[in-house]
Design a protein around this ligand. Sequence first.
Ligand SMILES: C[S@@+](CC[C@H](N)C(=O)[O-])C[C@H]1O[C@@H](n2cnc3c(N)ncnc32)[C@H](O)[C@@H]1O
Length: 208
Amino acid sequence: MSARLFQPQYLQAPRNFVLPQFSQAICLEIGAGMGRHAILFAEQNPNKILVAVERTSAKFKVFAARQQDHQLENLYPVHADAIPWVVHALLPQTVEQLFLLYPNPEPKNPAQRWLNMPFFEFLLSRLQDNARITLASNIPAYLDEAASQLEQVWKLPFVRQAIAPDSARTHFEVKYLARGEPCEELIITKPAGYQTRFDSYISPVARC
Ligand SMILES: C[S@@+](CC[C@H](N)C(=O)[O-])C[C@H]1O[C@@H](n2cnc3c(N)ncnc32)[C@H](O)[C@@H]1O
């Protein structure tokens, strides 16, 4: 586990936060950008609920407009920083699939990469047993580091695979593959019985 402990009790809920009510486990996309993957996934998986969180206003605006054209009842776009949103909105063991697709590489701030953050332990606590995480990147060194974190810190099984040159799940994927960049992904599993220090944490906001 990460040496630094995430402290959810000090995080305020995002502005205009609305506590969501889901009747089933959800899929979660963090950093959904303009929503290409979110819309495609929701269309292709009508029985799943996808919550797609995007922090940047300009991107979220495009996403929200595109979503209105598609009228997908199983897609729940959220304009927020995913960290406080996840803390306050989600109960433990409620996410069946997590997508981190082409996250910002944070070249000047490695501590802000998802698998280097203490928050990642909290995120793991929200996943169901056998849930899957897809982490995609066009930067081999980003995935090398993430793989090393999975082995040494998080002790989670994963496979690393190349992304097909004709894949087009996200706007960034389309752009990187068109440039001939080596896009790859880690498919990570949370094994049954995996424990975190947040397994019984429920935000006071979510208790209401
Ligand atoms: C490089 S873009 C990739 C967007 C999209 N996944 C794609 O592949 O086209 C990374 C996105 O993650 C978003 N992001 C970064 N940190 C975030 C956070 N804490 N909460 C929500 N979104 C975040 C950024 O605003 C940005 O839109």
